[in-house]
Design a protein around this ligand. Sequence first.
Ligand code: C2E
Ligand code: CA
Length: 262
Amino acid sequence: MNWTPSQRKEVITSELIGGLMRREFSVRYQPQINTHSEALIGVEALCRWTHPILGVISPAQFIPIAEQAGLIPFIGEWILDAACKQLMLWKHRHGVQLALGINVSAYQLRDAQFLSVIQRTLESTGFPADYLHLELTEGAHVHDDMVEQLRAIRIAGVGISMDDFGTGYSSLSLLSRLPVTTVKIAREMINGKDVSERAEIIFAAIVSLAGQLNINVIAEGVETSKQLEFVKNGGCSVVQGYYFNPPLSAGEFERAYFMGRA
Ligand code: C2E
Ligand code: CA
């Protein structure tokens, strides 16, 4: 069926709660690779919604709607729990503890219960706090109460990643305001049509700045060998992107990474 964008938005809004109750949501895992050792070191968990009629709905479409509808805490708690359980299962089966990046919305940071939700999940799944990283995008909307919440989360041992770094609202000043442990350099910084000398200098400067602040760096959206070279030349050793794999279902991920690489 061909929906107009506004019809589709309306249907997504009205179907969201039903979709959660019918367990139509799932998690995809995108590998994060150390380019020196070629070792798999972690994953980013990304949410998917497969609706029986609308098909696969991108989080870019339903997350803003879920935020408006006040449903983000439910989705956030569910994905955190599901991903922690999955990574603990892999740890027990394959003996590897992977780091876990979870996207969090500013709405979750404003929720006074958020830290206790994280702590409860870590406790019930046995997932180690220092392997969990919360990925934040909405830098522009970081208010003082959220800074307090982030500091408390960091004190609890959980990492704070600045997502899409180098674009939009992820400004440099946030690096001094927030207890950031990782910056994820946005794919826009590396996928210009012709990766110029200026882009190389800017990329290397971000990596160097992060190093001086003792902040880890992950380059996102690496799609080609040329981009991989660019990132390596800039001094960044952890990458994520279609060059290695798109986000995979748990089964696909296990086959690709634990049972001989696909
Ligand atoms: P993001 O955090 O920037 O996630 C990276 C997006 O880039 C993902 O899109 C991923 O599939 C895509 N990607 C990964 N590698 C490449 C590449 O090499 N090239 C290109 N062109 N794209 C690549 P996805 O899965 O559609 O997610 C879109 C956004 O939705 C995410 O952007 C994140 O902000 C949000 N999101 C996803 N899951 C969740 C969630 O559980 N909670 C919240 N609050 N937001 C989520
Ligand atoms: Ca992210």
